[in-house]
Write a protein that binds this ligand. Structure first.
Ligand code: UDP
Length: 469
């Protein structure tokens, strides 16, 4: 337990921040990176976590951990649909707030106990960082007088879309109809109706409810940190500052994984590191890295087309085939003959150390589902991208990759092996997107420069603000 001491066990920690991520990979990682960045700036950190997709405290000895009963019914947990889990968790916590209250009190009281045990002065919990999906937790924190800050793990454009959701309905853009998918949404350029937040597996009403609750959480908060940076979304941040003018704090402090040294510790699946040795033996810029994140799924036929498309592309590839990548299948089987066809050129693994893979010199392209973390990680390493968005905010991320930053393109329409092969060759053999991607990487790196970078300055502001609470 290192809660009472500073980096290297010397300096006392100034205050404590509590953090409570939503228990999904794409939400856990940025929150844990934020926790790491706060810890590096002298704050003690307590992580609240659920049993559903539980974190492993042993991997983070520098943080204190407190478990919060999540109340997610077993059948909802087993199905693992993010929107259903969010609604179930909030409903359970609202129906019975006592366990959350007890967990928060225990996280806050730990300070005094540490002091009593002679581990330094009490470092009162200054605030609670919550994922934007945890309105129920915010309500309990408010009852305790504990200020909440919200970490938005999506883009600034995505938050703008959430704020605009009621207007998008009033104006008839939503729910999307087959006939209006290509209609531009001038209120949210460069988005079209097909790029707006949408889930094919949850009803539109449920999506509306979840987004309305996020908006409420944001507006009720004492500040919002967005995992983005000025290099990517200066204009969107500017507009958001107008739209959320009443908020005490609104910061672009990302990419958070570049501001914190924490990496593999919060991975829910075991990372297969053998791919690094495999990449070490490949020529610079020669490998396409293919991953569709932690939740996106495809049909069995599409999976076959991806496999044979990669085989036919002629380019080396590293492909993450995680369990449940194919809809309705727990274990995924590669097509017969595929391994022989790609021997020496293709590697398939269950889960990758993605940030390290994207930073590897052998990787020259990224085929992604355009989850926001993956998009940030690819852009941050200057790797051009093929985007194949599946749901939620991925369509708008893909739109920005193609239309705003010009560092990749969306593979639209049917997944068919010939089109896949063409897309891979277009990405790996094209020069312009690669150049733009390198330029964007430099701009993003500038945002993370110690003391002068806009995201570092934002992080300093954040810490001063926390200390003032
Ligand atoms: N990721 C990983 N290994 C993999 C695939 C993904 O560590 O093989 C990580 C990736 O680095 C990213 C997160 O999982 O931080 C996925 O988040 P994202 O927002 O891209 O997509 P989601 O999984 O939420 O759809």
């Amino acid at each position: 337990m290192a809660g009472g001491v500073g980096v290297g066990g010397r300096e006392p920690r100034r205050r404590r921040a509590l953090v409570f991520p939503l228990p999904f990979q794409g939400h856990i990682d940025p929150m844990m990176h934020l926790a790491g960045a706060l810890h590096a700036r002298g704050l003690a950190v307590t992580v609240l976590h659920t049993r559903f997709n539980a974190l492993r405290p042993g991997r983070h000895p520098e943080f204190r951990f407190v478990e919060v009963p999540d109340g997610v019914p077993a059948n909802v947990a087993a199905a693992g649909r993010i929107i259903d889990v969010i609604l179930a968790m909030n409903a359970a916590m609202e129906a019975s707030p006592a366990p959350v209250l007890a967990a928060l009190v225990s996280a806050m009281e730990a300070e005094d106990q540490e002091a009593a045990e002679g581990e330094g002065e009490p470092r009162a919990a200054a605030c609670l960082f919550i994922d934007g999906n945890l309105l129920a937790v915010q309500r309990v924190a408010a009852a305790l007088g504990l200020p909440t800050l919200v970490l938005r793990t999506g883009s600034a454009a995505c938050l703008r879309c959430f704020l605009a959701y009621p207007m998008l309905h009033d104006k008839g853009y939503l729910p999307p109809q087959e006939s209006n998918l290509d209609t531009p949404v001038p209120e949210l350029p460069p988005l079209r109706v097909r790029d707006l937040f949408f889930s094919p597996v949850s009803s539109h009403e449920k999506v509306r409810e979840v987004l309305a609750r996020i908006t409420e959480t944001v507006r009720n908060s004492s500040g919002v940190v967005i995992n983005t940076c000025e290099a990517l979304e200066a204009a969107e941040m500017e507009r958001l500052r107008g739209e959320l003018a009443g908020l005490p704090l609104l910061l672009a402090a990302g990419p958070l994984h570049k501001l914190s040294s924490r990496s593999a510790g919060s991975s829910l699946l075991e990372q297969d590191r053998s791919c690094i040795a495999w990449l070490n033996a490949r020529a610079p810029g020669s490998v396409l890295y293919v991953s569709f994140g932690s939740l996106a799924a495809m049909g069995a036929g599409e999976f076959q087309e991806v496999a044979w498309g990669l085989a036919g592309s002629g380019h080396p590839f590293l492909w993450v085939v995680r369990p449940k990548l194919v809809r309705g299948c727990d274990g995924v089987r590669l097509p017969d003959g595929f391994e022989d066809a790609v021997e020496g050129r293709g590697m398939v693994i269950r889960w990758a150390p993605q940030q390290e893979v994207l930073a590897h010199p052998a990787v020259g392209g990224f085929w992604t589902h355009a989850g926001w973390n993956s998009t940030l990680e690819g852009a941050g390493e200057g790797v051009p991208m093929i985007c194949r968005p599946d749901a939620v905010d991925q369509m708008m991320n893909a739109r920005y990759v193609q239309e705003v930053w010009g560092v990749g393109f969306e593979l639209e329409g049917e997944l068919e092996r010939g089109r896949v092969g063409d897309a891979v060759r277009r990405l790996m053999e094209g020069a312009e997107m690669r150049e733009r991607a390198k330029l964007l990487r430099r701009k993003m790196a500038d945002c993370c420069l110690e003391s002068s970078g806009s995201s570092q300055i934002a992080m300093d502001k954040l810490v001063s603000y926390i200390l003032s609470l």
